[in-house]
Design a protein around this ligand. Sequence first.
Ligand code: BEZ
Ligand code: FE
Length: 296
Amino acid sequence: MSEQVRPEQRAREQALVEQVVASFDHAENARLTELMQALTRHLHAFLREVRLTEGEWNAAIEFLTAAGHITDDKRQEFILLSDVLGASMQTIAINNEASVNATEATVVGPFFVERSPEVPLGGDISGGAAGQPCWVEGRVTGTDGEPVPGARVEVWECDEDGFYDVQYGDDRTAARGHLFTDDDGHYRFWGLTPVPYPIPHDGPVGALLEAVGRSPLRAAHLHFKVDAPGKRTLVTHVFVRGDDFLTRDAVFGVRDSLIVDFVQHAVGVPTPDGRHLGERSWAGARFDIVLQPRSV
Ligand code: BEZ
Ligand code: FE
């Protein structure tokens, strides 16, 4: 709190904090009391530390109102706000305490959809989306090192123009799909080499990023959601080593352990499955995934 605040003023402000905190003493569950009282203390500490002006309070209300207006069943500006504040990643970090060797989790993002096409092992999830073909393979194991057969590996990504299928608004399904690991926990599929792309930035969150000189771009990535019986569901990404945005991802989603080599192969270099790509180059990446037991 500012040194300038006189003791009588400080006491008045503190009395208000205590009054609001006490108002939550009798919530119907103890956890709600804990959450609301801590929120009150931190919120008031913030207001008092920065000596918030009434104009700034108004601007904040207008910002939240705009976030509400742009939010609908397809666009969720509040999650985007949580993402750019690092609140989503912090919540994920708290709830996925690093275990020895388990693959780290990261944000789900707004472009996951419940139903995606199933492709066979080695199949192509691109669905006609534009981009450089990319062979992705890996193995799913438990933290005990045992392979996880039959794990459902769901992947989704943007096309080379930086758009997910759902952003085109024409009901197409592309650059997403799911497949199941084989008896030895292996998976493999054709996707697209990931490229950096912006988070939706035509709303209040985009305006905030612009005002503070931050880029809306995300480091190039491919999303994964992996489910298997007895294992904790993992939502994560794989990132491209050498990508320019690894250190300034708009939503702080990058973890070193999730960065892998995407090896470039020139036109004519044989593909792992003998697929003929004609005059196209391709890339290849390996991403092994370690799942925690469900009880953790
Ligand atoms: C994404 O990776 O798709 C994403 C994640 C958070 C916010 C916006 C987009
Ligand atoms: Fe994404």
